[in-house]
Design a binder for this molecule. Sequence first.
Ligand SMILES: Nc1ncnc2c1ncn2[C@@H]1O[C@H](COP(=O)(O)OP(=O)(O)OP(=O)(O)O)[C@@H](O)[C@H]1O
Ligand SMILES: [Mg+2]
Length: 336
Amino acid sequence: MRSELIKELFQSFIENDDTKFFRAAVEIIEDEEKLKHHLLAKDLKRIINSKNQNKLILNTNNSKKYKVSIPIPRDNDKGFPLLEIKERYFSLDDLILDPKIKKKIENIPKELSFREIFASYGLRPKQKYLFCGSPGTGKTLTSYVISSLLGYPLVHIRFDSIVSSFLGETSTNLRKIFDFIEQGEWVVLFDEFDVISKKRDDPYEHGETKRVVNNFMQMLDSYNGRSILTAATNHQHLLDTAIWRRFDEILYFDLPNEELRSQIFKKYLSVMKKSKDLNIFELAKITEDFSPADISYICEEALRRAILLNVNEIRFEIVVSIINEHYERKKIIRSV
Ligand SMILES: Nc1ncnc2c1ncn2[C@@H]1O[C@H](COP(=O)(O)OP(=O)(O)OP(=O)(O)O)[C@@H](O)[C@H]1O
Ligand SMILES: [Mg+2]
């Protein structure tokens, strides 16, 4: 481990500076990954990610990143929190995507660092991103990766939970959320965004939904803060063009092709020794239409079985049988 990083860790402890600690920890994890110490890197990530959320909020109240104590907004009616703050570490390597999309993600910190120069030309960096595409393709994960790249905590908003049964309350909830995010630098994720953004001209839609959609678009338009706003949906067909226009960038997360599937298998099987006959390319070939989340599930199951069988290596025929079981599972899910 590099000596300056050890010093920074100690210094951050003395200064009670979470931001400094986090930055050093992230560099250490990246170094270990480069050295191919995947198990250690994974353990370190798990430790960082298990940081108690309440503690995080307490600490961040003292941090320079946020303004003084910010209470989490709650729904007036039922009293539940309207958002969750999450600080988990992911590196860009955790995301296996079409290189064109990955490049756009990679560019976000660079764009933000040009904020002042952009402003001198009357421009702003791109801040509003819409992620659409099939389930399990990495939309939520991408928001976490951006949050790690920028060192901004993630504010996770589940749209279905803020749509209140009381007329008028939903817009109030949205206002509270925007008031909250104005007070800091975050990566905001409006998840399952389509719940609220159903086509505004849908005759079956209640007038309240139309009003809420209008309200949301106004808030999105007038948002002037420094956060990155992301919205994710796998029902992009439900969104109308007025919504699409509000975003600076729309990224489509497609199912992975064979090459990307190989990379995903390689990544998720890297933590254990593989049997000689294990052919990653063959696994990628027989998993057409599988999402990265499907592949991650299959790999985890293969690891579990190897451990239970006490064989300490991943065997090709076991992975193939899990793939076949998963095909059946997908068939059942599709038929319901
Ligand atoms: N592109 C990817 N690269 C690597 N792993 C991925 C990728 N996409 C998904 N995964 C794995 O699958 C898990 C679930 O993915 P994620 O929650 O980001 O999907 P999603 O697109 O948000 O799905 P949904 O539309 O159902 O919300 C991730 O935590 C990760 O383990
Ligand atoms: Mg998601």
